[in-house]
Design a protein around this ligand. Sequence first.
Ligand code: NAD
Length: 487
Amino acid sequence: MTEHTLTVAGVAVDTRHWIGGERVASTETFPDVSPIDGSVLGEISRGTAMEATAAVAAAKAAFPAWAATPRAERARILHAIADGVEKRLEELAIVETTDNGALLRSHRRGVMPRVAHNFRFFADWLLKLEHEDFETRGHTNHVSWDPAGPCVLITPWNAPLMLATWKVAPALAAGNTVVLKPAEWTPLTASLLADIAAEAGLPAGVLNVVQGYGSEIGDALTSHPDVRRISFTGSVPTAKRISASAAANLTPLSLELGGKSPLLVFADADLDLAVDLAVEQYDNAGQVCLAATRFLVQESVAEEFTRRFVEKAGQLTQGDPRDEATDIGPNIHPRQLEKIDGFVQRAIAAGARVVIGGHRGDGQYYAPTLLTDVAQDSEIVQEEVFGPVLTLQTFADEDEAVRLANDTRFGLAATVATGDPERAERVTAQLVAGTVWTNCFFVRDLQAPFGGSRHSGVGREGGTWSFDFYCDLKNTVTAPKGWQSHE
Ligand code: NAD
């Protein structure tokens, strides 16, 4: 144990950056606070432009050798990282829960296995990545995915390691080197990932982790001329700042942003299923980008839907996320809680009716809330709350349902509950969304394109789309033997 280590449930976490295969401390620190009880877990190195620049330099220096490493060897190391994640799964789960307040049982059974899968999936996908050669007047066209260079990956706090590795894994698989900047509210599992990657044999400088406030070090990372790709998951205002900063070097960007996704419930839907899907929207205390926070329910079933929803939501247990019985944990930060309550109180003042909740709970908890009598152009319908706050509106027919669903500036996801497959097809075709779920929610396959339309994002990642983003695609045209240019 050193002055640069903190412990969470007996797990030691290094509080420094990881640059060029070495731990590097900053002179200043910032406190990392647990949302469960407000306790300070420790002091984390507070990065400056100096550490950001050093991390990019380390990534640049490590790039040629990693890019030249055969695909099979890169894949082997990614699988070794996945092994390390699985070996330390319990530790990662408890550290993440303590740091961000999401349910321990979800981290154990869903999220951390998924983190390991991120590495395995992109390692395997790399090995089968190919495009069939094609011919042009006897010439062969060969498409290759060339490593692009150092990548800056910037991630949020709501699913820290899951969202970080969903970028780190394909970036490394592609033969790139990485500077990861985790969110300042959840710095811990990124530090553990650095340890795991080093133990797995990832060469020094291939993965670097810089801790700190985005507002203080973001610019140094995103405006750096040696950075070849920036992948960001977070809010729209930050995305705009990053885009402006990246514009100086025309650095390609992938942006995964917020949402205000609808759940459309038609009268012909299985209402119990629709209610199950609806209650799921309180997962992670509503801090899920994909959450269907706007219920759009056909008038004829709205009353019954609401009755069953209230009954089911009433069975949810809110409390310590480390308890197996808990369904909803705390929100991440007092500032986030204030933001959530601000949205709700302004909505109520504007005429919204509280069906359930509508107020803070004890500590850092917010009562699961459903508001109705909300206008389509009101703030609560148009803006992302990122807390356990849902709205319910009704519609008369399919046309109105689609119009309301599409009438925000976002386009991340949509969920449709209907018993009529033809309706599902018609409605889905008209929805503006990166992902549409029909009679299900949150089924995600890493092969699928993932991203948002409009203000929900720019670009798609997943499967080959990830490699398309993280690589420089090259077409090599080879003349047939003996070909003469005048032919
Ligand atoms: P945020 O934009 O405040 O912060 C995200 C990251 O950006 C953090 O690491 C932060 O330090 C960094 N950052 C802040 N200012 C920066 C700057 N000027 N330059 C570079 N980096 C900077 O977002 P948040 O509050 O952490 O996350 C919540 C948001 O993320 C919500 O809008 C949510 O919908 C979105 N989100 C989207 C997805 C998706 O896949 N579409 C997934 C999860 C979360």
